[in-house]
Design a protein around this ligand. Structure first.
Ligand code: M6R
Length: 357
């Protein structure tokens, strides 16, 4: 039930801090240690390469998850869009492990790949919000998101839950291999839950940004580098889905190879700057688009902020910024859709789960 909320999407955005705390509780043992089924840890550890397969928002979460697994656990990861993978399977490594990420666990494109790889005799882990769903039943292992039912077509809390569970999985694998993280992940996730709450309390500001940048525009760009780029892809998808604004996420450095031709006077460019090591470069990219007339909306992070930034996120661990930088983008998409009188929870042409290939 959506209770006093006007839309499920807004309710589900607001639930993210609670979901974070639930995940912390579910994936921690009585001694406060990370707790993931040993069978799963062993299966991941035995793999020489991990293939993440997913669609839409779940694919975007997979891109972030790849960074955790490669950086912390030092296992190579490929991330694939399910509908492409099934018709164009890459050469597989000797001992692959497949991770299917799916909120619903019912997405036909992902299931088609699962059937294919099972036939080849490979092991699969499903990360899903729905216990007993098809992808969960047909895989060897399941990790649950514990996000509670997600009703709005635009996925929000499932995305942050997927990222948190992928982080936990990566941290457990790293630990099992004697490469313990330099920080306490569960403590950081707790800090993130609080930061999420702060952001959810800043709805008016997001409403203002949406009104200012997006109420009449035809298009919008999201730029970032590394993790910020992946979150930009997700921000663009949210905006497209529910406000019907043509939106694209781009890697900041790639703009000059063609896309910058689309920047006109007043084109909104939402830039994420949450990573210290690429702060200079992304700010350089912002200058490039501004020089072509863009209307920039820079979302940075405490400690990296500069004059003129439109919004500053609370400081969290740099590896984990997607968990909070996505929240303003979700809210901006929500308010942009409202300002344009779109049906937020049931956007045109879309269904909550896509059960046809
Ligand atoms: O249930 P799934 O996570 O497998 O769904 C995948 C996509 O269909 C889904 O994320 C879709 O892109 C959402 N509508 C995005 O908001």
């Amino acid at each position: 039930e959506k209770g006093t909320y006007p839309h499920y999407m807004l309710k589900e955005i607001d639930e993210q801090p609670l979901v974070m705390r639930k995940i912390i509780q579910k994936y921690q043992d009585v001694n406060g240690q990370l707790n993931v089924d040993t069978e799963i840890v062993n299966a991941v550890n035995e793999a020489d390469r991990i293939y993440i397969v997913a669609c839409g928002t779940s694919y975007h979460a997979g891109l972030v998850g790849k960074q955790f697994i490669e950086k912390w656990a030092e296992i190579p990861v490929e991330v694939h869009v399910a509908s492409e993978f099934s018709y164009n399977m890459p050469l597989l490594s000797e001992k692959p492990l497949f991770i299917f990420i799916s909120q619903s666990g019912e997405t036909a494109d992902s299931r088609a790949v699962l059937v294919q790889v099972k036939e080849l005799g490979h092991k699969a882990l499903t990360i899903t919000n729905v216990p007993g769903s098809t992808l969960s039943r047909e895989a060897d292992y399941t990790l649950l998101l514990h996000a509670g039912p997600e009703i709005a077509v635009a996925s929000t809390k499932a995305y942050t839950a997927q990222i948190a569970v992928l982080a936990i999985l990566a941290a457990v694998i790293a630990e099992a291999n004697g490469k313990a993280l330099s920080f306490d992940l569960m403590q950081e996730l707790g800090i993130i839950a609080n930061a999420m709450e702060t952001l959810c309390d800043q709805k008016e500001e997001m409403d203002t940004i949406a009104r200012e940048y997006l109420s009449t525009t035809r298009n919008c760009f999201f730029i970032g580098r590394t993790l910020d780029y992946y979150v930009g892809l997700e921000g663009a998808l949210k905006l497209k889905e529910i406000s019907y604004i043509q939106a694209e996420g781009f890697a900041g450095g790639e703009l000059k190879h063609g896309t910058i031709a689309l920047i006109e006077h007043g084109t909104p460019v939402i830039a994420l700057a949450t990573q210290e090591h690429i702060n200079l470069s992304i700010r350089g990219n912002v200058k490039e688009v501004v020089a072509r007339g863009a209307n920039p909306c820079i979302i940075s992070m405490k400690g990296l902020e500069e004059e003129g930034d439109r919004f500053v996120l609370p400081k969290v661990n740099e590896d984990l910024t997607p968990l909070i930088s996505v929240i303003p983008l979700q809210l901006i998409a929500y308010y942009a859709a409202l300002h344009r009188s779109c049906d937020v929870d049931k956007p045109r042409n879309l269904a909550k789960s896509v059960t046809v290939e």
